[in-house]
Design a protein around this ligand. Structure first.
Ligand code: AHR
Length: 317
């Protein structure tokens, strides 16, 4: 550390662990969706803003790769580890190793099982049960008393956000006996699988005429489903209602074209609040709350989708 830097830090009331000196290892899930790509890109720019060295390991959707990456970050002696856990279970041993090495772990965008609570410093996530509830309430309000058969495209099996988005949606429609989820299957959060699974739903539902709405746990799967519906001669956004989660630019393009109806926003900026919490923890010993919650907001065609599309483009997407 230079004398000048040390003097500046003392004047600023910081101890030896200022943001400028931090190295953070980030075990990222992969690049399964537009949202994920944006999160990676925003993480890089938020690190740059704060002069933090960020080492990103892309796990290509595999928990075993995330475990290897965490072990490698521990061996390198990084100052902290960010983890976007692909699934909720199976983290105990590796997170204990990080804890023993006194390396704080911060979860980004997904949770791990509650038993692992003592193994991480804080989690920066949305309330994913609430996201599902927002989606379900929107649908219930939109269809009113009309009978409505819903097909659901679930996220990655075992991911906290997939479990919670399903739970929230089911709770929100529980008292609406006219709304029924008739088919529900994973599309693994990808556009290609969303399309493939939607094609099978359409086939199983006699060409899709009996489908009133599609609920997808993310926008990418919905974009794939929209393509499948159009190819089958259905009119998504008109004959078939759509509700999904993320608020990526492509869904606003579809809403503007009248081919999608609504989305619940998930900010891709999970790293910014995580870096702030980490810096305060390292420099002043401030222990963050166990959960730093990001906001969830519903968007529909009433929200000037073209304008939202224009404003989102370039924000890491
Ligand atoms: O964990 C957040 C989810 O992961 C996003 O909703 C989805 O697009 C991504 O793959």
């Amino acid at each position: 550390m230079t004398t000048l830097l040390a003097a500046t830090m003392l004047a600023g009331g910081l101890n030896a662990a200022s943001a400028a000196e931090l190295t953070v290892g980030f075990s990222q899930i992969g690049s399964e969706s537009g949202w994920r790509a944006a999160e990676t890109s925003v993480s890089k720019s938020e690190a740059k803003k704060r002069n933090i060295t960020l080492k990103i390991a892309d796990a290509q959707q595999k928990q075993e790769n995330q475990i290897k990456a965490i072990r490698s970050f521990v061996a390198q002696g990084v100052d902290a580890i960010f983890l976007a856990p692909v699934v909720a279970s199976g983290w105990d041993s590796v997170l204990k190793e990080a804890k023993e090495a006194k390396i704080p772990v911060i979860l980004l965008d997904r949770d791990i099982d509650p038993a692992g609570k003592e193994l991480y410093l804080t989690a920066v996530t949305s309330d994913s049960v609430h996201e599902g509830e927002v989606a379900g309430k929107w649908l219930a309000k939109t269809v009113g008393s009309k009978p409505c058969n819903v097909v659901e495209l679930q996220g990655t099996v075992g991911a906290s956000v997939a479990t919670n988005r399903k739970k929230g949606f089911d709770t929100a429609i529980a008292s609406a006996s006219n709304i029924k989820v008739v088919r529900s299957q994973t599309g693994d959060f990808t556009r290609a699988k969303g399309k493939e699974v939607m094609e099978s739903f359409i086939k199983a539902e006699g060409g899709g005429k009996s489908i009133c709405a599609v609920y997808a746990h993310n926008d990418d799967m919905m974009v794939g489903a929209i393509q499948a519906m159009k190819e089958a001669g259905l009119k998504p956004g008109k004959d078939v209602l759509t509700i999904s989660i993320d608020a990526v630019p492509d869904i606003f393009k579809a809403i503007a074209a009248g081919e999608a109806n609504a989305t619940v926003e998930l900010t891709p900026d999970m790293a910014g609040p995580a870096f702030d919490a980490l810096t305060a923890y390292k420099s002043k010993g401030t222990v963050p709350p166990k959960w730093i919650q990001t906001e969830s907001r519903l968007y529909t065609a009433a929200d000037d989708p073209q304008k939202v599309y224009d404003s989102k483009k370039g924000l890491g997407y």
